[in-house]
Ligand binder design. Structure first.
Ligand code: ADP
Length: 575
């Protein structure tokens, strides 16, 4: 290794050694002063550095990579503006309960406060969005700061952390042998799902588990709800076993989709409203009763529903005050629950009134949606291209493609139409409804799950936030097909009533409008990827067949009727 020929290790090498010792594998970012050397040192230590065009997209990639690998990933930025551009990723991780380690270079400690190049109090800037913000003030402090940051990010409720590395620290040196010894102070990170002896606080109390099992056993209309906390814990085998043991119907949150296949006969997704409104006991695993689950309150839920929550974080249980709270890791606690159920088994068969009711409702809803989907509407509405894309994704079989989705109508309708059969194969705007995550998520998914095709279904507005990262897809030759639903703007361009437009700037483009019929596919071609324009079912089918089999970066520009869809998608009441 190159370092063996060095007489001394500088701060860059010390940091890279500490990160490698921790077992961290991927760093996303944008290099520049003072961290270019750090990126190179990480590569020399076997850490993959994935270079982006913009820190915000790099940050979303690091965030999704953390989620998909159940371990913190690294984000590297320059000082000042670079660090500020990383704040959205920290905030996104905080909102979505994902780990992430941001490392930023910062200005020389001796010149701090004097108006140095790209100077900023980065510890203060990152603190509102992090579980831990720490600075190494000397090279010898680097391993301890790395160890503290890693522990804070990964233990308990996962979350984002920040490591501040002043440029003078990066330039300090220690003898190479001493650096090797110092790096050994960092404990290697082992995700819970791979840990043969997990710590006792990750299990729920035996009494709480027995009570939860009894609640489910005696329920008349039980329901299992699971979310991205269960996906992060990799609790899919345990969830599948629970459904198999008990026959209880289940409802995934958007990113929980696939932990148990959407095609499973007990999937209640197509009867969601009925399932929520009428269940009497709801076991909620790794999902918060926030806006996405209507706060667990009427009218969407029955006022008498008894919630049983499994969550890694006791504060979540304290906040929601469920009938029964099981604090612990979803995978481990579900194992405990399955054992308790096996001791006194029960099963809701196909003829159980609750199952019959849900199955009938789901069948009716699916039939109604399928009638809409099967029409070939040209110019395209949302449903026709979504059906064609759904069928192409299903035809891929296993390993199933990862679907990345963002946009208003595109994401809302896509969630109902696109099917997930395998865990962690859906990434979307998440708890915060963050637009602009798409291209970063594509890179993350392709790196974390290299055996899978990645298919991004993006509204044209959402795509625009990070469209330049098409170049990153081409540079790394990733198997990503970006499908842009092009309806000329946010919610479909100018939908204003002409009578409401006045004032000196009335002839400006509408705030919702983009250049009509923009040739997004040629952006991909500009970088050497493959571009397709699709305005008819046949053109779309042929573009999908071609691009899915090529497994190279491609963009399909799907021209939509700009008047299809609605303003704000399904969130109209909030706009
Ligand atoms: P969704 O958006 O899918 O509903 P949320 O992000 O709202 O999911 O909730 C995820 C929940 O999962 C959080 O409350 C978080 O504390 C919890 N969580 C995270 N990791 C684990 C884990 N390993 N085991 C159990 N719960 C977890």
């Amino acid at each position: 290794m190159a370092e063996e020929y060095l007489k001394a290790a500088d701060g860059n090498h010390m940091t890279a050694m500490a990160l490698a010792q921790a077992g961290l594998t991927h760093m996303f970012g944008v290099v520049g002063i003072p961290v270019t050397g750090l990126a190179n040192a990480c590569v020399a230590r076997g850490i993959r550095f994935v270079a982006f065009r913009n820190e915000q997209a790099a940050g979303y990639a690091a965030a999704a990579h953390s989620y998909l690998t159940s371990a913190p990933s690294l984000l590297l930025t320059v000082s000042g503006p670079g660090c500020v551009h990383a704040l959205p990723a920290l905030a996104h991780c905080q909102a979505n309960v994902w780990p992430l380690i941001l490392i930023s270079g910062s200005c020389d400690q001796a010149s701090a406060g004097k108006g140095d190049f790209q100077e900023l109090d980065q510890l203060a800037a990152t603190r509102p969005f992090t579980k831990f913000s720490g600075r190494a003030t000397t090279i010898r402090e680097i391993p301890a700061v790395v160890a503290n940051a890693l522990a804070s990010s990964a233990l308990g409720r996962p979350g984002p952390v920040y490591i501040d590395l002043p440029s003078d620290v990066l330039h300090q040196t220690v003898p190479y042998g001493e650096a090797l010894e110092l790096a050994k102070l960092v404990p290697p990170f082992v995700p819970t799902f791979q840990n043969p002896s997990p710590s006792p606080e990750l299990f729920a109390s035996g009494q709480a588990v027995d009570e939860a099992a009894a609640l489910l056993r005696h329920a008349e209309r039980p329901l299992i709800v699971f979310g991205k906390g269960a996906a992060y814990a990799r609790a899919e085998t345990e969830l599948q076993e629970l459904v198999k043991l008990t026959g209880i119907p289940f409802l995934p949150t958007p990113m929980g989709k696939g932990l148990v296949s959407d095609t499973h006969p007990r999937a209640a997704t197509a009867a969601r409203s009925l399932a929520l409104a009428q269940c009497d006991v709801a076991l909620v695993v790794g999902a918060r009763l926030n806006w996405l689950l209507h706060f667990g309150e009427p009218p969407k839920w029955s006022p008498n529903v008894k919630f049983v929550l499994i969550d890694i974080d006791k504060s979540e249980i304290d906040l929601r005050k469920p009938h029964q709270g099981l604090v612990g890791d979803a995978l481990l606690v579900l194992n405990q629950l399955n054992k308790a159920i096996k001791d006194d088994p029960f099963y809701l068969g196909d003829s159980h009134p609750w199952i019959e009711k849900l199955v009938k409702k789901a069948r009716d809803n699916v039939e109604r949606m399928e009638m809409q989907l099967q029409k070939d509407v040209v110019p395209f509405n949302f449903m026709t291209p979504l059906r064609i894309i759904r069928d192409a994704i299903i035809a891929e079989g296993s390993p199933a493609p990862v679907v990345v989705s963002e946009g208003a109508n595109t994401m809302d309708l896509g969630r109902a139409v696109l099917v997930q059969t395998e865990p962690r194969t859906r990434l979307d705007a998440g708890t915060w409804g963050t637009m602009g995550v798409g291209l970063g998520f594509c890179v993350a998914a392709a790196m974390a799950m290299p055996e899978r095709l990645v298919v991004a279904v993006e509204g044209d507005s959402a795509f625009g936030f990070s469209g330049i990262e098409l170049e990153t897809l081409v540079r790394y030759q990733l198997p990503v097909v970006v499908i842009v639903f092009n309806n000329n703007g946010v919610y479909g361009g100018d939908r204003r009533n002409p009578e409401e437009i006045s004032g000196p700037y009335k002839d400006d483009p509408a705030p919702t409008s983009f250049v009509p019929e923009a040739a997004y596919h040629t952006m991909m071609e500009a970088f050497g990827g493959k571009g397709y324009l699709a305005s008819t079912p046949q053109e779309l089918k042929s573009a999908l067949t071609d691009s899915f089999s090529a497994r190279k970066p491609a963009l399909i520009n799907v021209m939509l009727d700009p008047y299809a869809g609605t303003e704000s998608g399904r969130m109209q009441h909030k706009n």
